[in-house]
Design a protein around this ligand. Structure first.
Ligand SMILES: Nc1ncnc2c1ncn2[C@@H]1O[C@H](COP(=O)(O)OP(=O)(O)O)[C@@H](O)[C@H]1O
Ligand SMILES: [Mg+2]
Length: 173
């Protein structure tokens, strides 16, 4: 089941990250996918706020992995520049994922082989104008089973036809 919403600017994506972050539990893995500049790091910063991270969150593009102390520790990963999966192992990725921490992996589906199958997948895509993003969220695995309603609420009501005078169904197919 894929949930979808749109954000109109970076602040809305950050706020959405905070709402998603509020649902996260220690051990959760979140994958953020989407092209460069779609807002993966913006969303990761929102998630970090929800976890109680107070240090400034800096994009891990060059370090690959950054850890932040917080009530729920935050591990922020960006595999964009990664050449080999072995580098992740060398950085101690296996010990960081799960446990007490929430792990957010930008470009994460590229390394899906080393990620747990239980994960929240978020895809950010360009929208109708420069500052709009279409955000699709997919929860895979059993640990998300009891959080699906909350996830739906975090993404807001599904966009539907604008309320107004009934004018008959638009199109049949
Ligand atoms: N709706 C939006 N959501 C997120 N970022 C947006 C949005 N509209 C504009 N932006 C801008 O897009 C850029 C996203 O940057 P960043 O989060 O670093 O992207 P990524 O990590 O996906 O490469 C920022 O400069 C941000 O201000
Ligand atoms: Mg980024």
């Amino acid at each position: 089941m894929t949930l979808r919403t749109t954000t109109r600017d970076a602040a809305e994506t950050h706020a959405l990250g905070q709402r998603l972050g509020a649902l996260l539990r220690p051990g959760d893995v979140v994958v953020l996918d989407g092209d460069l500049g779609t807002g993966k790091t913006v969303m990761a910063k929102g998630i970090a706020v929800a976890l109680g991270v107070t240090d400034p969150v800096v994009s891990p593009t060059f370090t690959v992995v950054r850890e932040y102390d917080a009530p729920t520790p935050f591990v922020h990963v960006d595999v964009y520049r990664l050449d080999h999966l072995q580098e992740l192992h060398d950085l101690g990725f296996d010990d960081l994922v799960g446990g007490d921490a929430v792990t957010v992996v930008e470009w994460g589906e590229r390394v899906s082989a080393v990620l747990p199958s239980d994960r929240l997948r978020v895809l950010l895509e360009p929208g109708a104008d420069d500052d709009e993003r279409v955000v699709s969220v997919d929860a895979a695995g059993t640990t998300w089973g009891d959080r699906r309603d909350a996830l739906g609420a975090a993404l807001g009501p599904a966009p539907g036809p604008a309320p107004g005078p009934a004018s008959g169904a638009a199109g049949g197919g």
